[in-house]
Design a protein around this ligand. Structure first.
Ligand SMILES: Cc1ncc(COP(=O)(O)O)c(C=O)c1O
Length: 292
């Protein structure tokens, strides 16, 4: 089997050879940001939105973008063509602030950022999937206030996800001040009386690209969807709940804290919206515009 090629700081190399110094601020402090982008049949999905969010994350932590969009694109293409030619996969990229001479919370502005890009296998759900829906639970949101930044510092998210898995669930929906914000690695939608709702973009939530694509598609196809707060009570009273992310796409939730969501079956609005999403993916794979 061909080795898994990765990009690290200007060079391409097998994954096993990719190393960073221990004084890299990513290793010492989780001082960096990342992106995960789906790739369908060799075509990266929603690249411009992912690159715009990367820029917002970098700006928020005062790291200058070390590469131009054309350079990023070239790296994505080379890795996809080498590792998963014409196939589905996911691109992972991470930028850390770089390596210091000694461990120090205070950073300098002249460090050379560390850039890692790799691809990994991804198994996206097919259209006939998700007929059962997934089980989720709720927990208080223990993360920091700045979750709009896609930080590599994911310890709270990892602990909250682990909690779900150890309690017979797949994902944890996070509650902050009585509001349902998002999942530990996904955004939240509910349906009540035929109205699709998702919390508005806010500092304590990651503005997901999948969420953005879904809202764009709803607008384009005149499916009413509103960005409004969802209380914990409204979450429990929802007819449908969905969790969205680049790798899970749109997962229908049929069990919340061991209780059925709605009638316990995957709902009609999910069927309507997943069809729009799948059609849009096909369009992107045929080389159409990837911006909704
Ligand atoms: C906390 C959090 N919210 C939402 C999302 C969904 O974002 P996207 O749709 O861009 O994958 C993720 C994805 O990893 C996430 O970690």
């Amino acid at each position: 089997m061909m080795s898994n090629l990765v990009y690290l700081n200007g060079e391409y190399m097998p994954l096993q050879q990719a190393c960073v110094p221990v004084l890299d601020r990513g290793f010492m402090f989780g001082d960096g940001v990342y992106e995960v982008m789906p790739v369908y049949s060799g075509f990266p999905f929603a690249v411009s939105q992912h690159m715009a969010r990367l820029q917002r994350s970098l700006d928020a932590i005062q790291i200058s973008n070390p590469l131009s969009n054309a350079q990023w694109d070239e790296i994505f293409s080379r890795l996809i063509d080498q590792n998963y030619p014409g196939q589905d996969c996911a691109v992972y990229l991470q930028v850390t602030r770089g390596v210091m001479e000694k461990r120090d919370h205070v950073f300098r502005h002249d460090l050379q950022p560390t850039v890692l890009v790799m691809t990994q296998a991804a198994h996206y759900p097919s259209q006939s999937r998700d007929t059962q829906g997934i089980r989720v639970i709720t927990q208080e949101d223990t993360r920091w206030q700045e979750c709009h930044i896609k930080s590599i510092n994911l310890l709270p998210n990892a602990l909250l996800k682990q909690y779900a898995v150890e309690h017979d669930a797949e994902e944890t929906i996070l509650i902050r001040d009585g509001l349902a914000i998002e999942g530990s690695a996904s955004n939240l939608f509910i349906v009540k009386d035929d109205l699709i709702r998702t919390p508005p973009v806010q500092r304590c939530m990651l503005g997901g690209i999948t969420r953005e694509v879904i809202l764009g598609l709803c607008q384009q196809h005149k499916v009413v969807a509103r960005e409004i707060d969802i209380t914990e009570d409204e979450l429990h009273d929802a007819d449908e709940i969905w969790l969205t992310s680049s790798t899970r796409e749109i997962s229908p939730v049929t069990t919340l804290n061991q209780h059925k969501v709605g009638n316990g079956e995957v709902g009609p609005k999910w069927h309507q919206v997943i069809e729009l999403y799948q059609d849009y993916k096909q369009q992107v794979m045929r080389g159409g515009n990837d911006t909704v």
